[in-house]
Design a protein around this ligand. Sequence first.
Ligand code: DAH
Length: 376
Amino acid sequence: MSAPNKSYDPVEVEALKPEEIERMRDEALAAFEAAADLDALTHAKTAHTGPTSPLSLANREIGALPPQAKAEAGKRVGMARGAVNKALAARLAVLEAERDERVLVEEAVDVTLPYDRVPAGARHPLTTFMERVADVFVAMGYEVAEGPEVEAEWFNFDALNFVPDHPARQMQDTFFVQGADGKKTDESGVVLRTHTSPVQARALLERREPPVYVVCPGRVYRTDELDATHTPVFHQIELLAVDEGLTMADLKGTLDHMVQALFGEGVKTRLRPHYFPFTEPSAEMDMVCYVCRGESVGNPDRPCRTCGSEGWIELGGCGMVNPKVLTACGVDPEKYSGFAFGFGIERMLMFRHNVEDMRDMVEGDVRFTRPFGMEI
Ligand code: DAH
């Protein structure tokens, strides 16, 4: 900025000469016109109206003019700046309109296009069925309990009263996991759980004082080959109730309630004596075939595919919790008793839906899963 000068002639200040001001104005107008998009216009705006633009710098010179020259120079610069701002606003409006139009075209959505070319995913029928079974018990006040799939041998076998040389503990039945300490695999003390029953022991130890009412769904492992009726990875659901005064009648009533909730009114269960180390007495449980309701038995005219005309379908194992298991888990067997049962989800899904080959359940082909519905 020049210093104040009483004999100042505005025409002599280079930046304030009329032709200079006109040139600055015309350059600004040309720059705005040349700006092809909003970004370019922003640059041109800074260059031609910003604090260091030629017109702003010229404006600053006015302050140093003698009073009689100020009005003339101020008018000249003011008019030029007014024209520049007007041109800027006009160009801005044009470019914004262009942008809006382009966005409408580029971001247009064709709402008539088919929307379901890529079908939505859904959970596997095994998962949803397992949850449905668990829900039957949740509705009765049971809690869902889960345990690890890589399990301590102690929980999988010892706590459940399996003797040390029980055949299930052999490598040909059970996947042993290599121990971190480099011990031989079958001495590591770590297995892939072969059933969901270890969750019984965990639930008792975690909750300490009964009553304990838990339902334990989960994945289990055995060294089986994959074929029509076996898979090395499958699912079980386990139930455990420990309380004062529970009897086999409670077990039977609970089983009857479950099969009726899953298979319909009037479907009954029966118990056949059996042996499991962790229950005493133990039983295998069957349910009346929910399709023929027993009418196919001895009736060759009405064969039943679901039960093979047996009238009964085997469900799984059950019994009263062995007092030795209660003791191992810190529960007083003099005071408390319990019942438990466990069964395979795959098997139940197979006869519930006439699935003939277990491999269909693990291969992930949507032609198998889709008919079960798309529950998410
Ligand atoms: N864990 C047994 C199995 O995998 C099934 C079973 C039997 C579970 C009896 C139980 C039970 O809770 O009481 O073959």
